[in-house]
Ligand binder design. Structure first.
Ligand SMILES: [Zn+2]
Ligand SMILES: [Zn+2]
Length: 286
């Protein structure tokens, strides 16, 4: 019987290999024996102590071939305490980068899962522009893992969580065209996921409609830092400032480029009385 099952299994795999979303090649997903309870999502929370590359590979194994998985580069220390930029030198402690020393940035700190390069760039592109909506689930979990790691893990320098998680909004015209806000798709199940963890996490809520994008802006690609900042000026407003007053807010987006977008959002949230605003993105340009 065992033999028959094995033959059937290998036939199934031979007939239906998986297509890598990044390079398009066919591959057979490996059964990673080293992934404890991962298939069962994040039950028990043990996965949060694993490193970022491990979590990435675990979540992406059915979507990326091994070669493309290897192209993932996590954002690691030493990095800038404020904007999260990685330093060229791979030695030493985290500290402020040159631009942040004299910065007027309104957010407290920005962090990202990985570098926006050969794997994360095409992956996020597939998700946003090619309607590979099946990526929403693993990408959401990836960001959630980092969120728990930063704000709820024991011994994380006194951080004690967030009150409100807010997605960077799209303009209604872009929303209609794309059909979804990718930033919201990265956080929409977090409350349920947190409850399912059984870790007694303090309450937080998702503030889907708190920020509103009033101004139509052309894509920022190709614009320099100053133009981006100008482009974003007065682009956002608050739907209800009562909901942000005194709150610790996590602002979420897919990619951090110059930080102009998230900083403009942070300005509005701080203007509404937020206690502080941190930023979390899937990827960051370096
Ligand atoms: Zn590939
Ligand atoms: Zn910096």
């Amino acid at each position: 019987m065992d033999v028959l099952i094995r033959i059937a299994e290998s036939l199934r795999e031979a007939l239906f290999p998986t297509r890598c979303l990044v390079c398009g090649s066919f591959f057979h997903p490996v059964d990673h024996k080293g992934y404890p309870s991962c298939g069962k999502d994040f039950q028990g929370g043990g996965v949060f102590s694993r490193d970022r590359t491990f979590i990435f590979n675990m979540l992406m194994e059915s979507f990326l071939c091994p070669a493309c998985s290897k192209g993932f580069s996590p954002v690691e220390s030493p990095l800038c305490l404020k904007c999260g930029a990685m330093f060229r030198s791979r030695e030493g402690d985290d500290h402020l980068c040159g631009p942040c020393l004299s910065s007027t940035k309104r957010y407290r700190k920005a962090r990202a899962v990985g570098i926006y390069d050969k794997t994360l760039r095409p992956l996020i592109h597939c998700f946003k522009y090619k309607e590979k909506i099946q990526l929403a689930n693993p990408l959401e979990k990836l960001l959630f893992a980092l969120f728990i790691n930063f704000y709820y893990k024991e011994g994380n320098d006194g951080e004690e969580g967030m009150d409100l998680v807010v997605p960077v909004p799209l303009h209604v015209r872009r929303f209609r065209k794309r059909g979804f806000n990718q930033a919201f798709f990265l956080i929409r199940n977090w409350v349920g996921m947190a409850q399912a963890l059984d870790m007694n996490l303090p309450f937080f809520e998702i503030g889907r409609d708190i920020l509103v994008r009033n101004k139509w802006t052309e894509p920022q690609v190709g614009l320099d830092r100053d133009k981006r900042r100008l482009n974003m000026k007065d682009a956002f407003s608050l739907s209800d400032s009562e909901r942000v007053k005194g709150k610790r807010i996590l602002l979420v987006d897919d990619v951090y480029t110059t930080g102009a977008t998230v900083d403009e959002c942070a300005k509005i949230l701080m203007g509404g009385g937020a206690k502080y605003v941190d930023v979390l993105t899937l990827a960051r340009t370096m």
